[in-house]
Design a protein around this ligand. Sequence first.
Ligand code: ATP
Ligand code: MG
Length: 351
Amino acid sequence: MGLIASAQGLKTVEKARLAKGWARQASIWYGEAHVELPTLKRFLAGKVAVRQENFEAICKAVGVDWKQIVDWEKSGQNRVEDNSDIAQICLKEDCNEMHDVQIFYGREQELENLKQSILQNRSRVVTLCGQPGIGKTALAAKLAEEVKSDFEYFSWRSLNDSVAPSLLKLLSGLIKFLCSEEETDFPSDVDELIDKLLNIFSNHRVLLVLDGWENISRTQSMEGSQTDYEKYSKLLKRIAERKHKSCVVITTQEEPKELSSLQDTPCVKTRLKGLDFQASLKILNAKKLIFVPQQAEKLINDYNGNPLALNHICEHIQKVFAGNVSHYETKYTILFPLEFETAINKNCEFL
Ligand SMILES: Nc1ncnc2c1ncn2[C@@H]1O[C@H](COP(=O)(O)OP(=O)(O)OP(=O)(O)O)[C@@H](O)[C@H]1O
Ligand SMILES: [Mg+2]
């Protein structure tokens, strides 16, 4: 059976909570009641029913007699809503920096495996590695869209700016987002912030995407200081080693070496290859190229199904040869835009 608290009952609960000195959504409260935060939020909203045993436990934790605060009339009319739609309502998102993934082809198997790692195997760190333009960011965004309803919080942080944010800046912003509005007292020391983040990761289910991890090591070495990079490494190691219920997804051109030494931790690493033939073909068709099947096959093989490279070459053929692959082939050279070629050369171990 599901129960809803009356308006008056919620006031009684509010008083009891304040007497205990607890925040409105204090982790100690739902921790003592052995329920998840979304359940406490539903209880406090007083709109949909909460399972009776959870209702009783939440009241007991705050020292209130549950029978005194039930709205029996409303409870009788309501179903228990413990499904993912409600979890979705409770999801708090911070993803201004996330890429929009309206066009996404293929990668069904990779997505399936990654979803299983996150939802069933509860992996704590998921790394997507691969050469520039292979589709790491796009896959991370698609994956996040598909699994985020299983989480209480979802945050996407891009490390791709010309200079990656200092860890202090990243953690301060992240922790402000993850803490309740009432909390204003945040540590200013990186190590304390890491401890705080890990505590939040233990008490809440947080999905964090760090996009472009390779930039941390690159900017740090450009500036001649390893300090912040070492701190980032320490953060990653602790997220992997410590037991918690959250998940960090990392996209990177270079494999983070701090993770290669971690065994017996629930971490997965996926090295992305190019898109398969069918998915690559969709790029050619979307760019309205004119070709016969063998020409498509050759073009896709030449660029190893790399979606960035395929997009570039398709645009080039469209612009210079009016989309006609035969005309392009008569002047055939493997054309890489200069910046892409430079990036590929730097990462030739992926090829
Ligand atoms: N599965 C896909 N279907 C269609 N387009 C894709 C797919 N994956 C990636 N793309 C497109 O290819 C381009 C490069 O993708 P993305 O930015 O994800 O690569 P990346 O591996 O993150 O590159 P970088 O290492 O430079 O960050 C983007 O324009 C993206 O929209
Ligand atoms: Mg990327």
